[in-house]
Design a protein around this ligand. Structure first.
Ligand SMILES: [Zn+2]
Length: 331
């Protein structure tokens, strides 16, 4: 916060809605550059934010992506979702932060230059590491001002994810929000320490984490599932006006009580026989692991039953490597 703004606030308490040094008035779309830290080359590094504030008061929701700098599909989900928002008929406020980890995005890396994982660094601190400061900035300027949050991720490198939600389904309101989003698979998942979802939830927001596609790529199936999900959530929260974009057709959806990886029983080259989205039963063949000549082949069988939600992409596997991620679906 600037000194000027601090002084102004002490003498005239604010009544409007502010992000950084910018007041966002009803019925406006505002672009804000939140100052993070200076670059080693001198210029400022900023966090780009676009805010849609409807004329009518209503829920406040943030859309965030690229908390891991190499996870790009969420950026495109947010871009397309914003195209369908008409600020004149919007009820409430949408805060879009499509590239949270700006350093990682530019460097094409998951982490920040200090090597830390932003999604294990919340709530962060004003005077901590570069990563902790970014976490603090996002918490104080975005998440703490919202009632709801949608955080978009992809698989880590060398894996691909089926479009899916992670949410705390033990909370009825979060569960209803996840049902409104309508991802192909929704997994009841505990939050990880230091994640945005964990910290924002503790502070009273309802948060869904979306995973889909792979790092460094746009994945069309995940993007369209994500865009449809955003619009269905806005509709569910009563935020959309009559100009809303029509949400996509309903597909088969699963709710899962948890998930686990089937791991390589031996090192070698894995030739997969299954795909994301397929259902498997205990004992089903998932693929074969053999050496480079095809010798010593063993069939990998599923020890789990459910829907495949993530797959390893690199066929070179060491014993114990994660191969196929299975979600335990209900019913
Ligand atoms: Zn991620």
């Amino acid at each position: 916060m600037s000194e000027k703004r601090r002084r102004r606030e002490t003498t005239h308490p604010r009544t409007g809605f502010w992000i950084g040094d910018t007041e966002v008035v009803p019925g406006s779309v505002v672009d804000i550059e939140l100052e993070m830290a200076r670059l080693p080359t001198r210029g400022p590094m900023t966090l780009p934010v676009r805010v849609f504030r409807g004329r009518i008061e209503g829920p406040k929701i943030w859309l965030s992506a690229a908390i891991h700098g190499d996870e790009l599909s969420g950026i495109e989900i947010i871009r397309r979702a914003l195209e369908g928002i008409d600020v004149h008929s919007l009820r409430g406020t949408v805060i879009a932060v499509p590239i949270v980890n700006v350093h990682g995005f530019l460097n094409r890396t998951r982490a920040l230059p200090d090597g830390r994982d932003l999604n294990r660094s919340f709530p962060g601190s004003r005077r901590g590491s570069l990563t902790a400061r970014l976490a603090w900035l996002f918490m104080s300027e975005i998440a703490s001002k919202c009632d709801y949050g949608l955080d978009f991720h992809t698989a880590t490198s060398d894996r691909i994810n089926l479009p899916q939600l992670r949410a705390d389904l033990s909370d009825p309101q979060t569960r209803a929000l996840a049902e409104a989003f309508g991802a192909p698979v929704t997994i009841d998942a505990r939050t990880r320490d230091g994640s945005l979802r964990e910290v924002a939830t503790k502070r009273g927001a309802r948060v869904l984490l979306f995973e889909g596609g792979e790092a460094q790529r746009f994945d069309e199936a995940s993007i369209s599932a994500g865009v449809d999900g955003v619009h269905r959530v806005l509709e569910y929260l009563g935020m959309h006006g009559h100009h809303r974009r029509k949400a996509g057709r309903t597909r088969r959806r699963y709710v899962a009580t948890g998930s686990s990886w089937v791991r390589a029983p031996r090192s070698g080259l894995f030739r997969s026989a299954v795909h994301n989205g397929e259902t498997v039963s205990v004992g089903d063949e998932l693929g074969v692991i053999a050496n480079a000549f095809g010798d010593d082949a063993i069939v990998v069988r599923s020890k789990l039953a459910g829907v495949i939600v993530s797959m390893a992409l690199n066929p070179v596997v060491h014993q114990g490597d994660a191969l196929v991620h299975v979600a335990f679906v209900e019913g």
